[in-house]
Design a protein around this ligand. Sequence first.
Ligand code: GUN
Length: 297
Amino acid sequence: MKILDGKATATQIREELKVEVKDLVRLNKRVPGLAAVLVGDDGASQTYVNAKVRDCAEIGFNSELIKLDASISEYELLKKVEELNNNPKIDGFIVQLPLPDHIDENKVISAINPTKDVDGFHPENFGRMALDLPTFVSATPQGIVELLRRYQIKTEGMQCVVMGRSNIVGSPVSILMSRNDNPGNATVTLVHSRTKNLKEITRTADILISAIGRPGLVTKDMVKKGAVVIDVGMTRVDDNTKKKGYRLAGDVNFEEVKAVASHITPVPGGVGPMTRASLLLNTMKAYKRKEKKKFMR
Ligand code: GUN
């Protein structure tokens, strides 16, 4: 069994980006800029957004963290989005989800200028992704594909089972894995809460991607021997032995499944760091697009 080390791979991607930023600085060019909008004080969202801003500082991107009160109106948030759309120093920005219940997430995402939508959540960008046109692919699906690419995992002709149909992970990663590309060209089955015979289906997977968010859901008996297992789960569970009082738990029962898998991503240290690295890659892409007035792949 081999660990697909997302932490080390993400570090490598940041090192590559650092070199690009150093070149820009040497040439007296502007550096890429990312803004993150955080509404409210959800602990997990705060952690993720802080990490994204820290990543920017580490590689030399400009970054701006915009913290807004949970009581902000939808109108005020839409105004903030418009401000960022028009801010020339910001190449890309994200609005961290989830948003408070009184705000329509789809309305906010649709208000982001697609050329600055480095999360790839805007309907135009999702559509472009589905049509295999140049776009921003959202960070988690892109991170998964990049991890498979860098570990040279063969996907062509493989059976890939994706668990979960969210707009952010399950649905887009199923599209990426089936499209005519490398990684890609897999035969994809997407399973969800209404799927019958779940275990029979997951056991057909050469590549199993779980994006459900239920700790320990994927057990050994659900995994074919030699499968590549990608765990997107990142649920906070109480743990008094940890300083923070919780630990991050994946969907996969790691101890059990590592005995049958050929490759497996750990939690933490698997998909999570790759998601963050992908956001940086998308920000660099947005920057280049703006500077060169063309969409780069
Ligand atoms: N919430 C959970 N994952 C994400 C993400 O990738 N981007 C944003 N904006 N919010 C999230």
